[in-house]
Ligand binder design. Structure first.
Ligand SMILES: C[S@@+](CC[C@H](N)C(=O)[O-])C[C@H]1O[C@@H](n2cnc3c(N)ncnc32)[C@H](O)[C@@H]1O
Length: 235
């Protein structure tokens, strides 16, 4: 594969997905602000998620070339997957995260197409990607907004394309950060770095139902208690 070593980022606005409600826009602007603050105040480069080597093996087995890193943040997986030889695209609402990803890629002489934008309205054509990863991202929001993201995932991934999505699992109230329940399974922390960001807590059954247009290849819980779903888009 001839590998592109250009890296750039752009701000995107698209109406490819369903229109957002004003509540969703408010929720997203809180998410953007909080994550921009986190990326501005936090300098360490995180190690890659423990599941990544297994996902790379699967991508190789499926002859994957293109990967979308949905909610790429500071780019730890964008970089890792580029280094593994994939052609990676990344998108995140937090410009400060995307800038970090850009600098990390540039330092390493790697290329990737990065965008600052919403995971509810992706700036890509239908059936663009062989695969998609989204690590600890899509549970940020209410279920109606999350469904828009899942529809977008279905739209941009090719038939028989692979997805790897991790989401927060519900934990016992005693172990949860202080938060307000604003709707069933939907919490807003009242303190901490993710204060005011809406979080939806999945169960295995809900994940299977919401990702019904994907054949579930694997669904397990990692050591940080995130559900990790590996799926293949049905034809
Ligand atoms: C826990 S971080 C994970 C970042 C990255 N996937 C990783 O594993 O390092 C969650 C990321 O999701 C992004 N995010 C949350 N809601 C989003 C939305 N509606 N549109 C785009 N990005 C969003 C945040 O900005 C943040 O960078």
């Amino acid at each position: 594969m001839v590998h592109n070593t250009n890296v750039y980022y752009r701000l995107t606005h698209t109406s490819a997905g369903s229109p957002m409600t004003s509540q969703e826009e408010i929720d997203e602007s809180v998410t953007r602000k909080r994550w921009n603050d986190i990326y501005t105040s936090f300098d360490a480069v995180l190690t890659v998620d423990e599941t990544m080597p297994r996902i790379v093996d699967l991508f190789v087995e499926y002859n994957v070339k293109t990967v979308l890193d949905l909610g790429c943040g500071g780019g730890r997986h964008t970089v890792y997957l580029e280094q593994e030889g994939f052609d990676v695209y990344g998108i995140d609402i937090a410009g400060e995260g995307v800038k970090k990803a850009y600098h990390l890629l540039t330092e390493k002489g790697l290329g990737a197409a990065l965008s600052i934008g919403s995971i509810r309205n992706l700036p890509y054509r239908n059936n663009s990607f062989d695969s998609l990863i989204s690590v600890r991202v899509i549970h940020h929001g209410r279920i109606e907004a999350i469904r828009k993201t899942i529809k977008e995932i279905e739209r941009v991934v090719k038939p028989r394309g692979l997805i790897f999505v991790t989401v927060r699992k519900r934990v016992h109230k005693k172990e949860r950060r202080p938060s307000t329940e604003i709707a069933p399974r939907t919490y807003v922390p009242v303190e901490g770095r993710e204060k005011d960001i809406v979080h939806y807590l999945f169960t295995k059954e809900i994940l299977k139902r919401e990702f019904k247009n994907f054949k579930i290849l694997d669904l397990q819980v990692d050591s940080d208690r995130y559900y990790c779903l590996t799926g293949e888009k049905k034809e």
